[in-house]
Write a protein that binds this ligand. Structure first.
Ligand code: C5P
Length: 408
């Protein structure tokens, strides 16, 4: 591996997991990265800067006012020559600072002044992790385009068990590698208009009830973020989710499949790529009751009608955009996915097992295209989204493949 493959700034914040950052620094250096460490004051209560200085061969920077950089402005200078910043471990307090844009020490200030991408690897007590404030902050960080790695579940230093452990150093090193691969792509979809559907649909039964599903929208939102990172001009048509949309995307909120179809129909003629990630309800209630149905009868029968298949509709247009579909299956993944790709006439279909995917932050995918199957091993949805967008861009940019499809 060549020297200085990635120029990385490793930020260490206060937490007992700071000791794992030493092993992480060693692995990153071994993989050929150039690592500059910045520590917060509380990080230094757990591990000394000397540990990292000895490992990296570079002075560790800890002070806003004496950063050892030529122009005396370490908060700006330090991130400018970096390909990315990784905060590991990231404490609950530091995450809250990132979300609000607080900049009261060197590490938080340089995160605010950065031009490069940011990855955060949280580590904290399980109750701090589960707290509504932390969960809200994590959603906001994701919406701000920050990549999240972990945390893992297991025994904690405090004696409790649950989510909040920093990922192990080899896992983190692999996540960083995959993240760089995704981010350091040239702008593969620069100015290409990409239309993405995400989240569940909600089909009304009456004034307050409806039929929906467990889709969180995480995968679709991660794909929107990855497409933006690749330079695309993204429109996101989203069912109801708790996610914050990437701020550079044009967001169209919808509720039902019919609304989703209307929004997609209005947008398709101006898009070059369509990625249907939404979990669209297959059926809707024929006549939703405008009032709340009273429980006067022992049984209630709902008449359902098939919803239009949005993806199939777009893919069968005379001049379709490059269409990508998803297949979430609970069994016979490969067989069902291949059949779906053929039936919907899709150049690319992304398959996953529903039980692996729903509401989780990670997933495992298989991409099916004319060349065959391309498995993407388990990783954070943000990492998989980057890999998927790279694959989409490769197919979309390959005129030979497009010609071959048109001829077939
Ligand atoms: O056939 P199935 O519902 O499993 O297909 C899933 C794929 O089709 C997804 O890409 C989904 O977004 C899309 N779809 C759609 N409209 C529907 C049903 C599915 O766009 N009514």
């Amino acid at each position: 591996m060549g020297a200085n493959r990635h120029r990385l700034l490793l930020g260490i914040t206060g937490g007992v997991a700071a000791y794992k950052a030493a092993e992480l620094a060693r692995l990153l250096l071994q993989a050929g990265s150039d690592v500059q460490v910045v520590m917060t004051a509380s990080a230094q209560r757990f591990v000394t800067p000397l540990t990292f200085q000895s490992l990296t061969g570079r002075p560790v920077i800890t002070d806003m006012w004496n950063g050892g950089v030529d122009n005396g402005m370490p908060h700006i200078e330090l991130s400018r020559d970096r390909d990315g910043i990784v905060i590991a471990p990231a404490s609950a307090d530091f995450i809250a600072k990132l979300v609000t844009g607080l900049a009261d020490d060197l590490l938080s200030t340089l995160c605010l002044a950065r031009e490069c991408p940011l990855m955060v690897a949280p580590a904290m007590n399980r109750q701090m992790w589960e707290h509504a404030a932390t969960q809200r902050n994590m959603r906001q960080l994701e919406a701000d385009g920050v990549t999240i790695a972990g945390p893992a579940a297991g025994a904690q230093a405090c004696g409790e068990t649950g989510f909040g452990r920093l990922l192990e150093a080899p896992e983190l090193a692999a996540a960083i590698e995959a993240w760089f691969e995704a981010w350091m792509q040239p702008k593969l979809l620069r100015d290409v208009r990409v239309l993405i559907t995400a989240g569940p649909t909600f089909e009304a039964i009456d004034a307050v009830r409806g039929i929906t599903n467990l889709s969180s929208g995480k995968m679709g939102y991660a794909i929107a973020q990855a497409a933006i990172a690749a330079g695309a001009d993204v429109t996101l048509v989203s069912g109801r989710t708790c996610m914050g949309a990437p701020k550079q995307a044009r967001l169209i909120n919808v509720t039902s499949a019919a609304e989703m179809l209307a929004a997609v129909t209005a947008e398709t003629s101006s898009c070059a790529i369509f990625i249907g990630v939404a979990a669209v309800a297959d059926y809707r209630v024929v006549t939703p009751n405008p009032q709340k149905i009273k429980k006067t009868k022992d049984t209630l029968t709902l008449e359902l009608a098939r919803n239009p298949d949005i993806l199939e509709y777009v893919a069968s247009l005379p001049q379709p955009p490059f269409c990508v579909g998803f297949a979430a299956e609970s069994e016979n993944l490969v067989e069902y996915a291949q059949e779906k790709r053929r039936r919907k006439k899709l150049p690319l279909l992304v398959a996953n097992l529903v039980q692996d995917a729903l509401s989780r932050d990670d997933n495992e995918l298989i991409l099916f295209d004319d060349e065959g199957a391309h498995p993407l091993p388990r990783a954070a949805k943000s990492v998989l989204a980057g890999q998927l967008i790279a694959h989409v861009a490769k197919l979309y940019r390959n005129p030979a493949l497009t010609q071959k499809r048109k001829a077939s």
